[in-house]
Write a protein that binds this ligand. Structure first.
Ligand code: PBG
Length: 331
């Protein structure tokens, strides 16, 4: 036989064949768009949409602008939005997080009233609300006190759910927080509110642009005493399996593209939906390369997100969600 009988290129010859055999699809329903919401009316008395320098194309939104953005997300068929609050004032405790009149609570109410069919997920953490910018309460030694933080996170989750959040997503990386939040939600009769746990959240340089957006850079130190070491894959599985045992409904890996191996291992290890967060630094890299003319943005973004899906993510949180929905509608 002069030639191989098996020729894999046969199925690559035309667009029709390639479409027919494609294993991994992107769909807007699988994408969640993060929204940064500021308290009160126009942020800092300027406009309803304040650009974020580190994240071109993303803005901090007033509540009315967030309602509008949520309407666009719904119209584009996105899976949902994930709300981050940027409060006017911060304090040592981060009490704005569980304030029933806090920025996320007000935003959830306004969004659900205008768009009851849109799925609204809230980020549950203290870093945007505390003056020190850490994800938990500080103990007398100045370190984050794990167990003292649990009650505050649970209170925050209940407050979000009471305001109308469909899903809560704790991103703090305290030990035991999924169980603490589940118990408190259940005790308050909020049995049907799912928890998307940021289970394998790594201490990553790729969160840099987000911290400018959410004004949540730690005032001192870093987050390595609670977020995971980037070298650890086995430990990521331990984190995920613990969250499953504590009652997580969806587990998340974050960041996404540098951690595709972790996504794949997690997908193999659990029988739950897996989410991945294409974080601010991943977004900023693609934006910067595209702006410099070094990459074709659309192709590079679709390829990155397809790779994250292929690795095993059922759900992707991405700042590109709306762009992708538009691109998929006009191939
Ligand atoms: C808050 C939180 C962070 C992100 C999501 N939730 C920042 C951090 O841990 O410092 C990062 C999201 C992104 O970079 O897009 N705990």
């Amino acid at each position: 036989m002069a030639f191989p009988q098996t020729r894999l290129r046969r199925l690559r010859r035309t667009a029709g064949l390639r479409d027919l055999v494609r294993e991994t699809e992107l769909h807007p329903r699988r994408l969640v768009e993060p929204l940064f919401v500021t308290a009160g009316g126009a942020p800092r008395g300027s406009t309803d949409r304040e650009p974020i320098a580190s994240m071109p194309g993303v803005q901090r939104l007033s509540i009315s602008a967030a309602v509008q953005a949520a309407g666009e997300a719904l119209a584009l068929g996105l899976g949902g939005v994930l709300l981050f609050g940027v409060p006017d004032a911060k304090d040592e405790e981060g009490s704005g997080a569980w304030d029933d009149e806090g920025v996320v609570q007000l935003a959830v109410r306004a969004i659900k009233q205008a768009h009851p069919d849109l799925l609204v997920i809230t980020d549950v953490c203290l870093c945007e609300y505390s003056s020190h910018g850490h994800c938990g309460a500080l103990g007398p030694d100045g370190a984050v006190d794990n167990d003292a933080t649990l009650e505050l996170l649970a209170r925050t989750a209940v407050s979000h759910a009471r305001a109308g959040a469909d899903v809560v997503a704790p991103s703090d990386m305290m030990d035991g927080r999924v169980g603490a939040i589940r118990s408190e939600l259940d005790a308050e009769g909020l049995l049907d509110i799912p928890i998307v746990a940021y289970s394998a959240k790594f201490a990553s340089a790729f969160y840099g642009p987000f911290r400018e957006a959410a004004q949540s850079t730690p005032a001192f130190g870093d987050r390595r005493a609670y977020q995971m070491d980037p070298g650890n894959g086995e430990e990521a599985l331990r984190e995920v399996l613990l969250d499953v045992a504590e009652g997580a409904d969806v587990v998340m890996v974050k960041p996404a593209l540098p951690y595709l191996d972790v996504i794949a291992r997690v997908k193999d290890a659990v029988r739950l939906p897996v989410a991945a967060y294409q974080v601010s630094g991943e977004y900023a890299m693609l934006k910067a390369a595209a702006a410099a003319g070094l990459l074709d943005e659309r192709t590079a973004v679709l390829e990155s997100l397809t790779a994250i899906r292929r690795a095993g993510a059922d759900i992707i949180v991405t700042y590109y969600a709306k762009d992708v929905a538009r691109w998929l509608a006009r191939p």
